[in-house]
Write a protein that binds this ligand. Structure first.
Ligand SMILES: [Cu+2]
Length: 185
């Protein structure tokens, strides 16, 4: 079952639960003509329903926030890689040099003209991390590439006529390859 299926069934169960509460309240009010008794019962139901909602809300929040999709933005200062990225209509400029897999990379992202969206994609087109490229501001984005390979930066914010062409490809190399390069140079 995919995550979407699970969410769908959870939503359905939630709707069912709310419907049952409504039906219960309706059946109770139809049976009892004594209004004070009905009001007391209704407020009791409301209290329990409210409590259940809070428990559900806290539970869902805790369950979905634990695997928070944004990695830590505070890498250890040792062996840190810094890549400067400048966006402009319509292309990207990345500071040269190899990017190593398995070591946190700190992207310093800015723009030379208008707002752009800085999105890092893997070779299969999956979005790995993103931030905004803003003129006059440098946003830091920390990402650790788990495997070597080809990656792409695409613009995620419409920025004019050739927005679609605003992309650049870069390589992430394994740690072994970098040490070999150093040995050769
Ligand atoms: Cu753009």
């Amino acid at each position: 079952m995919t995550l979407q299926d699970e969410v769908w069934w959870l939503t359905l169960a939630g709707i069912g639960g709310v419907a049952l509460v409504f039906l219960y309240v309706i059946s109770q009010t139809a049976r009892q003509a004594d209004t004070t008794q009905v009001q007391a019962r209704a407020s009791a139901i409301r209290r329990w329903f409210f409590l259940a909602l809070i428990v559900l809300g806290v539970g869902v929040t805790a369950a979905t926030l634990v695997p928070f999709p944004i990695p830590s933005q505070h890498p250890s200062s040792q062996a840190r890689q810094v890549v400067k990225a400048v966006g402009r209509q319509w292309g990207w400029e990345l500071s040269p040099g190899p990017i190593r897999a398995g070591v946190p990379v700190e992207f310093h992202v800015t723009s030379a003209d208008v707002n752009h969206g800085f999105g890092i994609y893997d070779s299969s087109g999956r979005l790995l991390a993103q931030t905004q490229a803003m003129p006059g501001r440098t946003n830091r984005l920390v990402h650790t590439f788990t495997r070597p390979g080809k990656y792409r930066i695409l613009c995620l914010e419409y920025c004019g006529l050739v927005h679609y062409g605003m992309r650049i490809e870069f390589d992430v190399v394994g740690t072994m390859e970098v040490s070999r390069e150093h040995a050769l140079s």
